[in-house]
Design a protein around this ligand. Sequence first.
Ligand code: GLN
Ligand code: ZN
Length: 772
Amino acid sequence: MTITVATLGFPRIGPRRELKTALERYWSGKSDPAALLAVAADLRARTWARQRDLGVDHIPSNDFSLYDHVLDTSAMVGAVPVTYGWTGGPVALDTYFAMARGAQSEADGADCGHHHHAIDAPAAEMTKWFDTNYHYLVPEVSADQDFELASTKALDEFAEAKAQGIHTRPVLLGPVTFLKLAKSKDEGFDPRSKLDALLPVYAKVLNRLEQLGADWVQIDEPCLVLDLDGVDRAALHTAYRVLARTAPGVKLMLTTYFGGLEDNLETALALPVAGLHIDLVRAPDQLDRVLANAPTGLVLSLGVVDGRNVWRADMEKLLTRLEPLLATDRQIVLAPSCSLLHTPIDLAQEKAIDPDVVSWLAFAVQKIEELVILAGALNQGRAAVAGAVAASTAAATARRTSPKIHDLAVASRMAAVTPEMARRASTFGRRRAVQIPRLNLPAFPTTTIGSFPQTEYVRKARAAHDKGDLTDAAYEAFLRAQTARAVAWQEEIGLDVLVHGEFERNDMVQYFGEQLSGFAFTKYAWVQSYGSRCVRPPILYGDVWRPRPMTVAWWRYAQGLTSRPMKGMLTGPVTILNWSFVRDDVSRELACRQIALAIRDEVTDLEAAGAAVIQIDEAALREGLPLRRADWDNYLRWAVEGFRLTASGAADHTQIHTHMCYSEFNDIIAAIGAMDADVISIETARSKMELLDAFASYAYPAEIGPGVYDIHSPRVPSVAEMADLLRAAQSRLSIGQLWVNPDCGLKTRKWPETRAALVNMVQAARQVRGGV
Ligand code: GLN
Ligand code: ZN
């Protein structure tokens, strides 16, 4: 039986971020819908043709999206909340973007240019797609929800490809995962209870696809790698029984990714589908169990190439595992572990990275090439592709032994890490006793999270410097002036613990990655984060160490401008790790420990330079939580250990702060306490201090600044509003524990609202102090 190759999805943004440019032109009123849709169609056509030319047998359609595939699914089934003014029928482009980005009527000064909206509605909630850094728009389903086919995108794109001579396998987000991700504003209502109403829309889509000529449809149910309850399992059984009956003409490739099926294996194998895709990168061990238990007729799609990371596959190793499958009768498809959405597009564009490092990498296009070679080796014997397999082996060997990856000094330092190194010398109480007289702060001390507005002006100067249009000296002078102004202004409005403003930083991870050994930076390797927003994660390829101090000079300059405490500002190891493409040759735990040692060196140097307060941001600690509850403890153990190793070189008299974004901390509050920071600032304003509920059962041991205003919006909160939040916090925490700060860094804000909000915040602190 011939082994075929599938792609589960391809990046949408375009090799040069063409989609981003087109979207932003449209949103700013510089182009019309036709221009935007033409760019999108052109990208799709090129993507399909490219995959065909590379030799893909099952080319996806409907994997493209103008913004987000979950939002596309909401549109497909007509799950459009009433606030967006939709009254049935096809969901219009501007309704779709209103859900994605919010919309305001013209009078309110919207950012949507000439597109006139009669409505004023906030964007739908956005959250992380499983454990990736891609964000989707959370579907909203109401208790009286009706579903209808309200977007024919899936059908249209199939027909579009067909007209270009390309037969595709359409991709749909499955109904069970869709409802499991959905939320409702109706108290106590579980969207999963709407399954029966939803299925007819899916059946209709499948029937229409069949009429158009589709034979296979990829139906994604990544919920199958999560902890499922009885309701979920019953939903899966119902959904696929109904679809098998109502749409018998299309074969479904039930697609799972981001983990193993584990205890859901039996459920998955009992579903009446024609094929099953499993992730063999995250869960290689599940292959044997699937082979042993899957019905003989079930087509197996094996995700053997990492769709989430940038490393070149070791083909010899893979072939050794796959060749025995040839002896079975089973029909096999080779695929990436998940959609290639999460990888950059084409390595061939990167001319500036170290060629050795390049030889270890594979982006989306290269991963498809690998799959085609693997299939060739299996179908025709290794000899048919001997050159390619040998090249892959050579690269794998070179990488395993490269001195660019393996640093003996790092290894010996790692070996010398003791448990004591991850422990502060004294308890929080003793540390506090020496920090209080040194810092001499009022009750409810005020501070900010680090960055001040990265205005157009700042970004232009950086771009000019990068291009060589601004000399090092001129750029340095510019940054100093920005910093000095920010420091003077903080003194003027009466903040207690100051920050330098982070004007010199492009990004809180990149800034450190660029100064550490072991990281590579790409030029075009963009990955979609949400909508038109893309990130270029650093590539962590080797052992990490810090050649020289990274932040001390800026800290020293800023502290020299004021007699108030100036925070040293660092990004923590867990966040650097979680926002990078990481090595696959060592564990995340080990990589984290190496980064921790490097940042620990910076803590030591800042302390020696005189910093009394050092903040180590762990913005991404929570988002690194594994998908399965059973894996949480292990992750939290090494993540907390990584933070402590970073912080614990500090003496008692140095106050260590940390900061975390996103509000849901109640379930991991004990782990956060175990980080043993002296002060934590944490997002709470958006959830109206929901965090405080955790303190009913858990006595938070140290000081804490629950964010008193949401920095994600330009809205300026009033003094009374922030004072109220502080009083609410005071009811659960002791007065000496509380700090006053915004939810997060201010870099995305503009100066006018930042000024107004911080002035009010300082006023609110004074008010509650007065009440003390
Ligand atoms: N210190 C960083 C800043 O203020 C923290 C950002 C973050 O938590 N995402 O920008
Ligand atoms: Zn934050």
